[in-house]
Design a protein around this ligand. Structure first.
Ligand code: DMJ
Length: 649
């Protein structure tokens, strides 16, 4: 017997689709007939299921086409979603272009068009869309992206640890995150600094008073005008705020630091059509950000520093590689000052500590290479006089100009300072830097050093085409500190003797004025019979800009000698600042006449270096703890921003 007929196959959904597939081999008519037959065999339910499946597949195909190529969108029209997920990493600068007369037509080199990415799902980051009506609309959009990126980072690294604040453990702040490619860990500050003594507290009071004025009348602007209770702009980049960050950290002003940090996070944008001076923005802004990073361990500051460093680099694109004095942060167009194609020697040779450190931290060698090219070039240049350099250098020829004039003051000062400090920063290995420094100190001794009458004060004058001038800028008072630092790092003991002698002179430049504050420029008397005074001041030079150099050197001298007279001298200067320059409503003002205690004539300006340098050095001077920013671990840039001394490679 035949076995009973096999049961009719179950015409479920899968077998239907399979049989439809298999029937595809025959001729078209046979195929159609067999398909139709099979289709008719299906129940109504099965037919509906097949139709539904086909419709679904067609719909999916259509949707994907629409997403991948939206014919209604212009090619560069980035969707809001792409904006939201764009990383906060600063864009790279293109080659500088010729300046456009109309800044509005300036090319937008700083906005990189990101590669299109396609998302099937909405992004996790929910941020506010930029407010187009607000004048800050663009900036707010960028801030939102920053915040979103910060938020994402916090989610990824909720334990993100921070350096302690004067010994206290502090919570990671909003936006704190690990740098994206950090080569070295931040150095931080000692864990348990001694509590501030009464003189240090007086400095903290002074700082708070200065900050009060800045906060009330100039918040986020470059400089406070304390008398008119307003502000002035130089670069429009919150110069005072950035210059003050590390001072606040050192003084333990956590609340103020946190507030300033939030401004940096939310408001500071370097993508701006603004010309900045390469030197000033390097020593104050880049230096300030790098130090703030080292002390706090907060990667926000390093990110900002790298962005700024990238935007400053076009200044180095000159035929000689000697940088232009100015560069536009937004367009990348660099230029010399309007009246010359010369750059100032001090200004091209005192940016090295900062750019070298930026390279070390980011791993990007371009910063170091740019500035070391300048050092190498100046090292081998003719036109020096026993190690002393002229004040100007031409960016086209790369040669010194206005030769024959030598000073340790304005335009040359920090050239000498950075020879020594770069040598220290690099672990005392670069012999050329040391040789240039030692030769220059000998040159100073040989050509510029004299003693005044009647008190025999040792001072550093100037030389112009063989003629000596007994003129000394207050700026030169950095020199005792630098000489002492060199002696501390093993250079000849005579450097320390000279440092002490010059320190006495700098103090006398303050002491002999009726206000006890130094004039901008002093002239020294060389002829005993003509005057009883050693320090003479011309009417045009009687101003005091709240400069740091005297107290800077007092700090070094006290650190290395322990002689308390240096602290007492600094204390007198602080009191004089309080008596003659403090503005009751907040802030301190530069003054026009240090010789008139009844009317010192406030000039209505508080320079950023008063907070960045002057008050910081006073605070450190009054400390008896040599481990507080140890001079074996840190080297201060010329704006008083401490940077770590590199260990052995
Ligand atoms: C600061 O900006 C720096 O110290 C610079 O080296 C010289 N001038 C001022 C302070 O006087």
């Amino acid at each position: 017997m035949y076995p009973s007929a096999p049961p009719a196959p179950r015409r479920d959904f899968i077998s239907v689709t399979l049989s439809l597939d298999q029937s595809y081999d025959g001729s078209k008519s046979r195929q159609r007939r067999s398909c139709w037959r099979k289709w008719k065999q299906l129940s109504r339910l099965q037919r509906n299921a097949v139709l539904f499946l086909l419709a679904f597949m067609v719909l999916c195909g259509l949707l994907s086409c629409i997403s991948v190529a939206d014919p209604w969108k212009a090619p560069n029209d980035r969707s809001a979603e792409e904006e939201k997920v764009r990383p906060a990493k600063p864009p790279a600068l293109p080659a500088p272009r010729k300046a456009d007369a109309n800044p509005e037509n300036a090319p937008g080199p700083l906005v990189q068009t990101p590669r299109r990415r396609f998302r099937w799902r909405p992004p996790n980051l929910q941020i506010r869309a930029p407010n187009k009506d607000s004048e800050n609309g663009r900036q707010e959009g960028a801030e939102s992206r920053d915040e979103a990126a910060d938020e994402a980072q916090r989610e990824a690294d909720p334990q993100g640890a921070l350096a302690s604040w004067r010994g206290a453990v502090i919570e990671p702040e909003v936006g704190t995150k690990v740098p994206w490619r950090r080569a070295v860990a931040p150095t931080g500050i000692q864990k348990h600094p001694a509590p501030p003594n009464s003189r240090q507290k007086a400095v903290v009071d002074a700082f708070r008073h200065a900050w009060l004025g800045y906060r009330k009348f100039a918040w986020g602007h470059d400089e406070l005008k304390p008398v008119s209770r307003s502000f002035s702009e130089w670069f429009g980049l919150g110069l005072t705020l950035i210059d003050s960050l590390d001072t606040m950290w050192i003084l333990g002003l956590k609340k103020e630091f946190g507030e300033a940090r939030r401004w940096v996070s939310k408001k500071l944008q370097f993508q701006k059509d603004v010309d900045v001076n390469l030197f000033e923005s390097t020593i104050r802004l880049l230096g300030g950000l790098l130090s703030a990073y080292h002390l706090s361990g907060d990667a926000l500051f390093l990110q900002k520093a790298e962005d700024l460093g990238n935007r400053l680099l076009p200044a180095f694109r000159t035929p000689s590689k000697i940088p232009y004095s100015d560069v536009n942060l937004g367009t990348g167009v660099a230029r010399p000052p309007r009246w010359t194609s010369d750059s100032t020697v001090a200004k091209v040779t005192s940016i090295q500590l900062e750019f070298r450190e930026l390279s070390r931290l980011t791993g990007a060698t371009k910063f170091r290479e740019a500035v070391e090219e300048v050092t190498k070039h100046v090292h081998s240049l003719s036109g020096k006089k026993d190690g002393l350099v002229p004040m100007f250098i031409n960016v086209h020829s790369g040669l010194f100009t206005h030769r024959g004039v030598f000073t340790l003051g304005a335009r040359a000062d920090s050239y000498y300072e950075y020879l020594l400090k770069q040598w220290i920063q690099g672990g005392k290995t670069d012999q050329r830097l040391l040789d240039d420094y030692l030769e220059a100190v000998d040159g100073i001794r040989k050509h510029l050093l004299r003693r005044s009458e009647p008190s025999k004060l040792t001072f550093v004058g100037e030389l112009a085409h063989g003629r000596f001038s007994a003129k000394m800028d207050h700026l030169v008072c950095f020199l005792p500190g630098t000489l002492a630092l060199g002696a501390h790092h093993g250079l000849p003991a005579e450097h320390m003797q000279l440092a002490r002698a010059l320190m006495d002179t700098c103090y006398q430049m303050n002491r002999q004025m009726e206000t006890g504050l130094s004039p901008e420029i002093a002239h020294f008397n060389l002829q005993p019979q003509k005057s009883q005074k050693d320090v003479l001041v011309k009417p045009a030079d009687r101003h005091n800009l709240l400069r740091p150099e005297t107290v800077e050197s007092l700090f070094y001298l006290y650190r290395f000698t322990g002689d308390r007279k240096y602290q007492d001298w600094g204390w007198a200067i602080l009191q004089n600042f309080n008596t003659y320059t403090r503005v009751p409503s907040g802030g301190y003002s530069s003054i026009s006449n240090v010789q008139d205690p009844h009317d010192p004539q406030p000039r209505d300006k508080m320079e950023s270096f008063f907070l960045g340098e002057t008050l910081k050095y006073l605070y450190l001077l009054f400390s008896d703890d040599p481990a507080l920013l140890s001079l074996d671990a840190y080297v201060f840039n010329t704006e008083a921003h401490p940077l770590p001394i590199w260990g052995p490679a």
